[in-house]
Design a protein around this ligand. Structure first.
Ligand SMILES: Cc1ncc(COP(=O)(O)O)c(C=O)c1O
Length: 296
């Protein structure tokens, strides 16, 4: 099976076996806050992490787990976590790294509420941030210092459509041992896989293309390292608590099934619209990376 077909098949079935659930084509929605144990001994083992299994839906839920496994495979990571919003995902990752007085290096633009969170971290905890165009290795290196705890980029940037070469950033970051987080909301895993380009974490506002139907607010983090993602699950996800509801996870699983078809159409429509607007008398400039005059 070629790569594209494998991706399209994973959109439909990865992480779920219907035979485990009476042949049900779609995963059941497990609306349960709590899970029972066969006895106190099993409960003790699960709480101690010595036995696989669900305990309480803030720590994991079977419907949500299908979504997490599917997203991890689509983004070519080892594990994923689902959140109640894109901003809950951004917060869980940033809180995983920051310590009082540290520094975050960011792409020149970031989504407005990510900017709001950076500002809050600065005002409340003295966490500084620098914005960089990151178009050359020098531009990245000059902004890194001893207290830089992570590099956070969005590409394409919302809403300026500037692009950053992810491989360029991750090559520099590796020299300094700094983790790289990429907000991949705009491309979706169909068009771009930052982990394959050396990034450590990928974030999605799943509210957008992952859902595709405008009916859910949600976020996803995919990481390249399973143990590290387990740490996020058991700290900034569990203790801050920005989890997704099982029904919303189910809506995302339904949306994902058509991701490839929708993204092809979005790309085609955007190209046509940009072409049409080029000759429109009221339009001064078109910011579109596919435009032949675009610096990207
Ligand atoms: C690039 C990007 N990242 C993060 C977010 C935040 O996601 P949410 O609105 O799902 O919390 C958005 C929302 O528009 C976004 O466009």
């Amino acid at each position: 099976m070629n790569k594209k077909k494998r991706f399209e098949t994973m959109l439909i079935n990865k992480g779920y076996s219907s035979q485990d659930f009476h042949g049900s084509l779609n995963p059941p929605i497990f609306h349960s806050s709590t899970f029972t144990f066969s006895g106190a001994e099993q409960g003790e083992k699960r709480f101690a992490g010595e036995e696989e299994g669900f305990i309480y839906s803030r720590l994991g839920n079977p419907t949500v787990r299908v979504l997490e496994e599917r997203m991890a495979a689509l983004e070519k990571g080892e594990a994923a976590l689902a959140f109640g919003s894109g901003m809950a995902a951004v917060s869980a990752v940033l809180f995983h790294f920051v310590y009082s007085g540290c520094h975050i290096l960011c792409s020149r633009g970031v989504y407005g509420c990510t900017f709001g969170l950076l500002d809050l971290l600065h005002k409340k905890f003295g966490v500084t941030h620098t914005f960089s165009p990151m178009q050359t290795a020098e531009e990245i290196e000059v902004a890194i210092h001893d207290l830089t705890c992570c590099i956070y980029i969005e590409t394409p940037i919302n809403p300026t459509m500037e692009l950053i070469d992810i491989r360029l950033v991750t090559d520099v970051a590796k020299k300094y041992g700094i983790p790289v987080v990429v907000d991949n909301t705009f491309c979706s895993p169909y068009l771009q896989n930052p982990l394959e380009l050396g990034a450590d974490y990928v974030i999605h506002s799943a509210t957008k293309y992952i859902s595709g139907h405008g009916d859910v607010i949600a976020g996803i983090v995919v990481g390249k390292n399973k143990e590290d993602m387990q740490k996020i699950r058991m700290t900034t996800q569990k203790d801050i608590g920005g989890i997704i509801a099982p029904f919303d996870a189910w809506l995302l699983l339904r949306g994902l099934k058509t991701l490839h078809v929708r993204m092809d159409r979005h790309v085609e429509n955007t190209r046509e619209l940009a072409n049409y607007l080029k000759s429109h008398p009221f339009i001064e400039d078109i910011i579109y990376p596919g435009n032949p005059n675009s610096p990207y």
